[in-house]
Ligand binder design. Structure first.
Ligand code: AMP
Length: 420
């Protein structure tokens, strides 16, 4: 009786070689762009103490209340696979005293995240984000640099149809006053609110602005606006962010209801969406979180960052490019040529030629078929006859031209070829 093979977990994906080259290309563009802006990579562990997320992301969020992969380990510790990266990076920033070493820290990551969401196109239970966290500056220049870095990465990926939405949720005083105002405004309609919004009304009214319900959106449209509650410093900060974005030609739309519900978020919030994606059209979300480091027990330190979903970037990426191919394929026949071929392949690889040879001891005909299938540019053929004459036949697979070359000149001959 044959066993039923074990399958992967729902909402997770294998990235096979026909896709992994696209991931590598994406990662390389991200790293190049980070380099230009002088952001440095930080790598944090795959799991953390559950308390880290309870104290930062917040117990009333969907992530913490419904989506975390948490467990108690054999030593009784409560652990969680990271569902987001800002808290782990802030934890590491505090633990390693990065703020004491440098007044400004510009960090980036490319990492896997885990959330038990309902899987669908563009939404997975293990997914990947790249993102940045810049700690140390409260000034609008860094807000603009962070946004410019996101937009510049997307530009380098040649993504079209993107919209950047921008808002400011002000400082703590602004939000306290706005919270009162929005509750006052919604109170007469409390019974008409969805269950989620009713819970948010009591726990975190700001998050009602995140509603997806068209009725509630309509209701909110005529309600109080957070911008009416900005302090003059909030207003100046936001105006400066907008002016600097104009100056560097980054287009944005003002989005008065774009909020982040947690207390440590302050001022600038932004989101980038793509019109090439369906329901899951958010590519990147970011904002300022001046209260986070202090909330996690560090010295008060302003910070701002964003996270962008890599699966969604790849879904929106319409570039048509191909993985690198083999340049040389060595076709051989007979027991006596085997060691020669292994040796020649190694020599070519040491000289940086992408080289393949047959390891299935197939006929010449099927080796040639394999070379064509792999899109090799040249084959080197060494059969018993070539061996007896100390020569190899080198064939250009695109033109069909072939030449006989003495063994000792193979490497030099290959070096002289117009290889791609
Ligand atoms: P967030 O950390 O929720 O602000 O999300 C930032 C970005 O990560 C989003 O704009 C998406 O592009 C991406 N993202 C969030 N959740 C998922 C998911 N479950 N699957 C794939 N991508 C996601």
């Amino acid at each position: 009786m044959s066993k039923r093979p074990i399958r992967s977990i729902k909402g997770t994906q294998d990235i096979l070689p026909d896709q992994s080259f696209r991931w590598q290309a994406l990662e390389s563009i991200i790293r190049d762009t980070m380099d230009k802006y002088n952001y440095h990579e930080i790598r944090t562990p795959a799991f953390e103490n559950t308390a880290l997320f309870l104290h930062s992301v917040g117990e009333e969020t969907d992530i913490v209340s419904k989506e975390m992969y948490s467990w108690e380990d054999q030593g009784g510790e409560n652990l969680t696979l990271k569902p987001e990266l800002t808290a782990p990076v802030a934890r590491s920033f505090i633990q390693n005293n990065l703020g004491g070493l440098n007044p400004i820290n510009k960090l980036y990551y490319i990492d896997s995240l885990f959330r038990r969401e309902r899987p669908q196109k563009g939404r997975y239970r293990q997914f990947h984000q790249f993102g940045i966290e810049a700690f140390g500056s409260e000034f609008p220049e860094i807000d603009v640099e962070v946004i410019a870095l996101a937009m510049s990465t997307f530009k380098n990926l040649e993504l079209n149809g993107l919209t950047l939405e921008l808002n400011s949720i002000g400082s703590k005083d602004c939000r306290d006053n706005f919270r009162k105002a929005i509750k006052e405004y919604l109170k007469p309609n409390f019974d008409k609110l969805s269950e989620t919004s009713q819970t948010r009304f009591n726990k975190n009214p700001l998050r009602i602005l995140d509603t997806k319900s068209p009725d509630e959106k309509r209701l909110l449209k005529d309600g109080p606006k957070i911008s009416d509650y900005w302090t003059s410093d909030d207003k100046n900060h936001f105006n400066e962010v907008c002016e600097l974005l104009d100056k560097i030609n980054i287009k944005f739309e003002l989005s008065p209801n774009l909020v982040r519900g947690l207390d440590y978020y302050t001022r600038t919030t932004f989101e980038v969406t793509s019109n090439l994606l369906g329901a899951q059209n958010a590519i990147c979300g970011g904002g300022r979180y001046d209260g986070l480091v202090e909330q996690l027990g560090g010295k008060p330190t302003p910070g701002i960052g964003f996270a962008a979903g890599m699966e969604r970037l790849l879904l929106a990426d319409q570039r048509n490019f191909e993985p690198t191919k083999s340049q040389i394929y060595i076709v051989g026949l007979g027991d006596s040529v085997r060691s020669l071929i292994v040796n020649l392949a190694e020599e070519l690889r040491k000289n940086n030629f992408r080289t393949n040879f047959d390891v299935l001891r197939r006929s010449i005909k099927s080796q040639m078929r394999d070379a064509n299938k792999l899109d090799a540019q040249y084959v080197i053929i060494i059969g018993e006859e070539e061996l007896s004459k100390n020569i190899a036949t080198i064939k250009d697979l695109s033109s069909g031209d072939q030449k006989e070359i003495p063994f000792e000149s193979i490497l030099n001959h290959i070096k002289s070829l117009p290889l791609k």
